[in-house]
Design a protein around this ligand. Structure first.
Ligand SMILES: NC(=O)c1ccc[n+]([C@@H]2O[C@H](COP(=O)([O-])OP(=O)(O)OC[C@H]3O[C@@H](n4cnc5c(N)ncnc54)[C@H](O)[C@@H]3O)[C@@H](O)[C@H]2O)c1
Ligand SMILES: O=P(O)(O)OC[C@H](O)CO
Length: 413
């Protein structure tokens, strides 16, 4: 009887090497080593090159197996290979993990068009939204469209330093590629080639797809050659799940992406009220209103596909909101800004050592979008944050700014 040829292994590249980028490279590399049947062991990590104490950051990472600037004190697996050339880092990779501050992604995608495999698949770990000319897109969509590939999303209550120290947490991966015309048959999973860490995934869901592709209608998703394992929920879970990093895989890419982006706006308001010393009740009020605006925003602008339960049941929703409003960088810097009476930009420059806050630009981008639609009043917390950042309102005004407008009947009572 003819024996089956072994599967071709997936090569994985992490695009980005900041605080979260380096942490995810560690997670992924631990799994490529643990699953040699599925993945090539080496993980390429693209590094935006810079100098630290007169030495190139890539050289330091490859010598010390640590990212001394963005994730100091954490050992990276030796097979995380820091690479300053983005074109070389993504070459021949079937799985691309995008993990860098959202303001840099557009340029980067332009740089790698033509260098990636046409049948590569992506996962965006980026928390932000892409707003241009009155249109809003998820970064998974933006990446998918720029590169002509499918891109899902990973997001959750995941403060990078805690994950890097292997403190237990959960995350959510949303992965729902459209069906591929003329898809070559992919090898069936058997107990022998099924990863144990993925065994609790509902296999009946693997081939269910919706119509959100992140791809322009003209471009068809390129089928993965038959010699590879399918890149599906099981593969994604096998790549990211660790004993300290528990993964749930869902289909709602919009819900997962928006939860991660919008909670950063709420975290700024939570930081300000903390900085004012208003206590936990005030912060809980901010989070309650913030969650409602996050769901409302998702339903209005991504209504076809989004599921409310992603915000209320998944790590990428309410859990991420809670953790970010307690220990996140956006919250921390906003709090310091209220305590010290300094701008967030000043605090970011002083405290973050090159790490980038995402909340300030997201607040501005979401506000531009809402303004273009004439809907600022319908999202009072998001609008209040933007006004405070622009100096048009004060932190102390938040309760009035987010108070629902009273009807005449109420006003008279
Ligand atoms: N850090 C966290 O705890 C955390 C957790 C979950 C998700 N996220 C999200 O992950 C994404 C990446 O965040 P991070 O924490 O890895 O980054 P970071 O805040 O550490 O940002 C610094 C990174 O930006 C790079 N950079 C600087 N200038 C650049 C340029 N011109 N072009 C390209 N890159 C440049 C730096 O080299 C560095 O890798 C963000 O969207 C963030 O919201 C962060
Ligand atoms: O540190 P922040 O505010 O960027 O938030 C970090 C993560 O997004 C928390 O899940």
């Amino acid at each position: 009887m003819a024996s089956l040829a072994p599967f071709k292994k997936h090569k994985v590249t992490v695009v980005g090497s900041g605080n979260w980028g380096s942490t995810i490279a560690k997670v992924v590399a631990e799994n490529t080593a643990a699953h040699p049947d599925l993945f090539e062991k080496d993980v390429q990590m693209w590094v935006y090159e810079e100098e630290l104490d007169g030495k190139k950051l890539t050289e330091l990472i490859n010598e010390k197996h640590e990212n001394p600037k963005y994730l100091p004190g954490i050992s990276l697996p030796k097979h995380v290979i820091a690479n300053p050339s983005i074109e070389d880092a993504v070459k021949d990779s079937t799985i691309l993990v995008f993990n860098l501050p959202h303001q840099f992604i557009k340029n980067l995608c332009q740089q790698i068009q033509g260098s990636i495999l046409p049948y590569a698949r992506g996962i965006s770990c980026i928390k932000g939204v892409d707003v241009r000319e009155g249109e809003i897109r998820l970064f998974s969509e933006a990446i998918g469209k720029e590169l002509g590939i499918y891109c899902g999303a990973l997001s959750g209550a995941n403060i990078a330093n805690e994950v890097a120290q292997e403190k237990w947490c959960e995350t959510t991966i949303a992965y729902d590629p459209p069906p591929v015309d003329s898809q070559a048959p992919t090898p069936a999973r058997t107990p022998q080639n099924q990863s144990p860490s993925a065994s609790h995934v509902d296999l009946s869901k693997l081939d269910q797809h919706k119509d959100v592709s992140g791809l322009p209608s003209k471009i068809k998703l390129k089928p993965l050659p038959a010699e590879f394992h399918a890149i599906d929920h099981v593969t994604m879970q096998t790549l990211f799940h660790r004993p300290y990093f528990h993964v749930r895989v869902v289909d709602d890419v919009a819900g997962v992406s928006l939860g991660g982006a919008l909670k950063n706006i709420v975290a700024l308001a939570a930081g300000w009220v903390d900085g004012l010393g208003w206590g936990d009740n005030a912060k809980a009020a901010i989070m309650r209103v913030g969650l409602l605006e996050m769901v409302d925003f998702g339903k209005r602008f991504f209504g076809k596909t989004i599921q409310t339960k992603t915000f209320t049941e998944e790590s990428a929703g309410v859990a991420d909101l809670i953790t970010t409003c307690s220990g996140g960088r956006n919250h921390r810097c906003a709090k310091m800004s209220a305590v010290e009476g300094k701008s967030i930009a000043e605090i970011e420059e002083r405290e973050m050592n090159g790490q980038k806050l995402q909340g300030v630009s997201t607040a501005e981008e979401v506000n531009n979008f809402l303004k273009s639609k004439g809907l600022e009043d319908e999202f009072p917390l998001f609008t209040a944050v933007s006004k405070i950042l622009k100096g048009e309102a004060k932190y102390e005004d938040i309760p009035q700014l987010i108070e629902p407008k009273t009807t005449d009947a109420h006003a008279e009572a």
